[in-house]
Design a protein around this ligand. Structure first.
Ligand code: FES
Ligand code: FES
Length: 192
């Protein structure tokens, strides 16, 4: 009987593979029907890299990657992620070329791609998902893919430099940006 109960509990639990590890969330305890995916990831799973800002799909700060596609976690119910694979900024390896490109363009002062950093995880994950699908895009294509991401600090010129692979100021090193050659079909190792 106890085994049946456990089986029943597993059926009703919401299971999500987050950053390479399956996690189970119990209805009524961890998860409510109206809870957004962003809330679950931040407040229950403790993954605070994503930011909940506008809460209405207008800023991109809450972006995560679900089954390879960038999604706005404030616009999805947590239960909709049942059985899916989620990648948050915490699961992206620190030596990921998109992260390294932002780091290279983060000198203080003019030309920095991150000031407060609030928007940065969203920009990185949107760019990452896009570049996985489009390994050799033009700068215009990358900019179009990032139209839904807002930077309140106004770092757009430097973010463009990150993704375009060119320096903003003469004394800055060029970043790798679009010069990154993504191998089509190459899946990052999220379990690291
Ligand atoms: S918090 Fe989700 S789009 Fe702004
Ligand atoms: S760096 Fe502050 S919002 Fe973009």
């Amino acid at each position: 009987m106890a085994a049946v109960s456990r089986l029943e509990a597993r059926r009703t639990a919401v299971r999500i593979r987050i950053n390479g590890r399956w996690r189970e969330f119990k209805p009524g305890k961890d998860i409510a029907p109206s809870m957004t995916l962003g809330h679950l990831l931040r407040e229950v799973a403790g993954l605070t890299g994503l930011k909940l800002s506008c809460g209405e799909g207008a800023c991109g700060a809450c972006t995560v990657i679900m089954d390879g596609k960038a999604v706005l976690s404030c616009m999805m119910l947590a239960v909709q992620a049942n059985g899916r694979e989620i990648l948050t900024i915490e699961g992206l390896p620190a030596d990921d070329p998109v992260i390294e490109a932002f780091v290279q363009q983060s000198e203080p002062g003019y030309g920095t791609a991150l000031q407060c950093g609030y928007c940065t995880p969203g920009f990185i994950l949107t760019a990452r998902a896009f570049l996985n699908q489009n390994p050799d895009p033009t700068l215009e294509e990358v900019k179009t893919a990032l139209l839904g991401n807002i930077c309140r600090c106004g770092c757009y010129a430097a973010i463009e430099a990150v993704l375009g692979g060119r320096p903003v100021a003469a004394d800055q090193k060029p970043s790798i940006g679009c010069n990154i050659k993504w191998k089509p079909g190459q899946e990052p190792d999220y379990s690291r």
